[in-house]
Ligand binder design. Structure first.
Ligand SMILES: [Mg+2]
Length: 433
């Protein structure tokens, strides 16, 4: 069963959005302070109430600033916090450069979000060669830092789950291993909520029955987990807590054709409670979808609102936007207009007295957000370290010497056998005259 062990890396950019915003700022204004060295955060649109922290610097973390919390709340904890708006064009461009570098190493790269990817590097280092794996991880980190200017964590193991868990250990700029023989020591003491794929609700249920750590879940009766969480989730938690996961790195760059989220309502929505129970759900769904679009670096041109009526019929309305966007405000407007047609308007379901039990929001006709990639390439080239420049110069000199040697050989041959007897690029000499 263990005869096909793989070496799997998980590469994860440290505070990706913040690092990339910091680099962009330094690029535009080299004299400015590096955001990574001060309490700073990337915050949503501060003018709308949807403004939340999407990334924070390590100094900001020390003040208790948390990803996902409202900007306003973060500022209460840390009044000197510098916030910058997100810049997804820049993020997309850095992401591209990183993936290009990883794909240059091996074709077995599976990008799973804008700032993380799994690599199957078994061909480069065998699973037995732990020192080799660590050295490869170190060189990936060093070259990303030298060429692109930001740090990554690399997690090393034999499957994707363990590699992902490993890359999440101490940050930034670290390599961590989580081999099967290290699970008990490194993974089992962690709180159950830190197990990849264990959401807040699942963690809460597990804690209620006394399962506080990943180790508790690993040692729990799988049947108990299945009856508590349902067959699928129960099985997943039981297996993952024991370090069992997929080794299948499917080469791909993240590309979504559509993104949607839906939610079953705790209480059917009709005309009377639409304002209080319907609209907030639509807004919440729009925010979810918009967050996912931003993570994928895409904009959408089509918005769909879908509902399921109390008698389980699905209905939907779609609209095209004048231009592709990922703006929650624009998407929300479009959705609320669709809701008027689908639900509250004279021809809507509510007019027929039909309540709904589920609402869904989706976007499609996705396009990648435009990039200024050229600037970035030029800039990244300037970031070459002096060593690299010296190496490139030596390489160039060597090539020149080779060419000189070749052309003097060519000359000698021509002198001896006459002009044109040597076919260039194919060192094969025709009959001498
Ligand atoms: Mg990351």
């Amino acid at each position: 069963m263990q005869n096909s062990l793989r070496t799997i890396f998980h590469v994860d950019v440290n505070s990706a959005f913040l690092s990339w915003s910091a680099l962009k700022r330094l690029q535009e204004d080299p004299g400015s302070v590096d955001l990574r060295t001060i309490p700073s955060a990337v915050g949503g649109d501060v003018k709308t109430r949807h403004g939340v922290i999407t990334a924070k610097s390590i100094p900001a973390k020390k003040y208790g600033v948390r990803t996902g919390e409202p900007v306003v709340k973060a500022l209460q904890k840390c009044p000197q916090l510098i916030t910058v708006p997100p810049d997804f064009e820049t993020y997309r461009a850095y992401s591209h450069r990183l993936m290009d570098m990883l794909f240059a190493l091996t074709p077995l790269v599976q990008q799973v979000s804008i700032d993380e990817a799994y690599l199957d590097v078994t061909e480069l280092v065998s699973p037995e060669d732990r020192e080799g794996a660590a050295a490869l991880a170190r060189s990936i980190r060093a070259s990303v830092l030298a060429k692109l200017g930001f740090t990554v964590n690399v997690g090393i193991s034999v499957n994707k789950l363990l590699a992902k868990m490993a890359s999440d250990f101490e940050k930034p700029d670290r390599t961590h291993t989580l081999y099967p023989d290290e699970i008990q020591k490194k993974m089992w003491p962690l709180p159950i909520g830190e197990l990849y794929g264990c959401g807040r609700a699942t963690a809460e249920k597990l804690r209620l029955v006394g399962i506080d750590t990943i180790g508790d879940a690993a040692q729990a009766d799988p049947a108990q987990l299945r009856s508590l969480l349902g067959p699928k989730a129960g099985m997943y938690i039981s297996r993952s807590a024991n370090g069992i996961g997929s080794t299948n790195v499917t080469p791909e760059r993240e590309k979504a054709k559509s993104i949607s989220n839906e939610r079953t309502l705790s209480e059917d929505v009709n005309r009377d409670n639409y304002e209080t129970n319907g609209i907030p759900v639509i807004r919440w769904l729009v925010q979810k979808v918009s967050d996912r679009m931003k993570k994928a670096g895409v904009a959408a041109q089509t918005v769909t609102l879908q509902v399921k009526s109390a008698d389980f019929q699905r209905y939907s309305r779609q609209s095209s936007l004048p231009e592709a966007t990922d703006s929650p405000a624009v998407l929300e407007d479009a959705c609320l207009q669709l809701a008027e047609r689908l639900l509250t308007g004279t021809e809507g379901l509510f007019s027929d007295g039909v309540p709904v039990r589920l609402i869904g929001v989706g976007v499609s006709r996705l396009s990648e957000k435009k990039m200024h990639q050229m600037d970035l390439f030029e800039w990244a080239d300037q970031q070459q370290t002096e060593d690299e420049q010296a190496a490139a110069e030596a390489e160039r000199r060597k090539r020149q010497e080779k060419e000189n040697l070749l052309s003097s050989m060519l000359q000698q041959v021509n002198e001896r056998y006459g002009e044109g007897t040597l076919i260039r690029g194919n060192p094969h000499i025709s009959d001498p005259k």
